[in-house]
Design a protein around this ligand. Structure first.
Ligand code: LLP
Length: 420
């Protein structure tokens, strides 16, 4: 459920017509609903109330400080994958002891910063990383809390780019070698083994991959106990999918029903790392039609947002629903059109071959389900300033990130003296 809908003929986010924000802030812009973000967090958190747990929001899905803060205030933590995300999580007020750090390529500096901050645990992805963490912790005179990220070799049945738990992927430590790796870790002087981690992919719309991966991972928890290695945290990652078009992903309650009995058996605190399911359908990208045209037999609606603002359609061929802000427009004659941006690539599209009502220049539309991996994956390609982010709260809204200016585009660039 989300708080985007028509009221009195105008598409609203909560009680604010998006057209009003477009007028005041300009287009394109990302718009998030506070009520939806909070609701999604609460529903997820409540679904797992029967087990001691911690919901660590995957910051990569939406890194805006205000968004991270909403979840922190609701009791959540952060799942981070870089020093930059550590900085954001801390700045947004996420307690360090509710922060987990994954990623296959952590640097010396990132490890040092995370140790100094006092994070809950590193989700370690290789033997060499483990050695580096041991070394850095030794230099700082601290013990590094770690979980090993286990790769259970389970197909999440999602897009190949976002499948991470197959044995040929770069992520984690293969399940066969994991017990050995844990034993090695237990001998390192500056390492404290506290948990086990897995994450098999994103936009997963079935319960079975979660259950299968968990079953394999939990066998390992038992094997560890037999070796005298007792862990306190089982981190089952993120990955729960959302409805973009006609997908029917399990509700968090349905997922909980399937896996809570298994989770209970561990006797551990369960860490979750949801990203998309918390923020995806809590956000939209609002854009304005600039022109329409027909080339050969193809109709194009050219809008002011582009692949640099929302990369998912170009990158994954993903579907993002498009709605006209004016309800009347939805009743117009339908055409099949590509919705494209101003970028100089044919790969620049937000929708392809989509049946849409006719749009006229200057009319506004919302590209839905854009709250996850939308702004965070945006870039300045074609020297386009990144768009603002807006957070709606009831009948009011705040700009939570300003639109970049052309000056921002060249900030930090230097023309060497010999070129003057
Ligand atoms: N934990 C780890 C270790 C991850 O790598 C990810 C996502 C998550 C949690 C959160 O997964 P979620 O609950 O959001 O599915 N850019 C792609 C998605 C990439 C996901 C990467 N890892 C997209 O737009 O579909």
């Amino acid at each position: 459920m989300n708080h985007f809908d028509y009221k009195e003929g105008q598409f609203h986010c909560e009680d604010v017509p998006l057209a009003r924000i477009a007028e005041e802030v300009g287009t394109p812009f990302y718009c998030y609903s506070h009520a939806t973000l909070l609701r999604h967090f609460t529903v997820f958190d409540q679904a797992f109330r029967e087990v001691p747990h911690l919901v660590c929001f995957a910051v990569k899905a939406n890194s805006n400080l205000a968004v991270i803060r909403i979840f922190a205030k609701a009791g959540g933590g952060a799942d981070i994958v870089s020093g930059g995300e550590l900085y954001r999580a801390q700045k947004a007020g996420v307690p360090a002891n509710k922060t987990v750090f994954a990623g296959v390529g952590k640097t010396h500096t990132e490890i040092e910063d995370a140790l100094k901050a006092g994070i809950l645990m590193f989700n370690v992805e290789s033997s060499q990383e483990l050695l580096l963490i041991d070394l850095v912790a030794g230099k700082l005179g601290v013990k590094a809390p770690v979980a090993l990220r286990v790769n259970p070799d389970v197909d999440p049945q999602t897009h190949p780019y976002i499948s991470t738990g197959l044995k040929q992927s770069k992520f984690g430590i293969s399940i066969e070698g994991a017990l050995e790796e844990y034993k090695n870790a237990s001998k390192l002087p500056n390492i404290e083994i506290v948990g086990m981690h897995k994450h098999i992919g994103s936009q997963i719309t079935l319960v079975s991959p979660f259950a299968d991966a968990l079953e394999k991972t939990l066998e390992l928890v038992v094997a560890l106990r037999d070796e005298g290695i007792n862990i306190s945290y089982v981190d089952i990652g993120g990955g729960l999918g959302i409805t973009y078009n006609d997908e029917a992903p399990p509700h968090p309650d349905e997922l909980a029903k399937a896996i809570v009995p298994m989770l209970k058996e561990t006797g551990c605190t369960i860490v979750f790392e949801p990203g998309r399911v918390l923020v995806g359908n809590a956000g939209a990208l609002v854009t304005r039609a600039l022109f329409t045209k027909t080339n050969a037999d193809k109709t194009f609606i050219i809008v002011d947002a582009a692949m640099n603002d929302l990369a998912r359609p170009s990158l994954y061929g993903s579907y993002q629903h498009i709605v006209p802000l004016l309800q009347e427009a939805a009743k117009r004659k339908k055409t099949t059109a590509d919705v494209v941006g101003p970028i100089c690539e044919s790969g620049d599209f937000l929708a392809k071959g989509r049946v849409l009502p006719e749009f006229y220049p200057d009319e506004l539309m919302a590209v839905m389900s854009a709250g996850a991996y939308g702004f965070t994956m945006s870039s300045n390609y074609n020297s386009r300033p990144r768009v603002p982010e807006v957070l709606v709260h009831g009948a009011t809204y705040d700009v939570i990130r300003k639109r970049e200016t052309v000056q921002d585009l060249v900030r930090g660039e230097i023309i060497p003296a010999y070129l003057e």
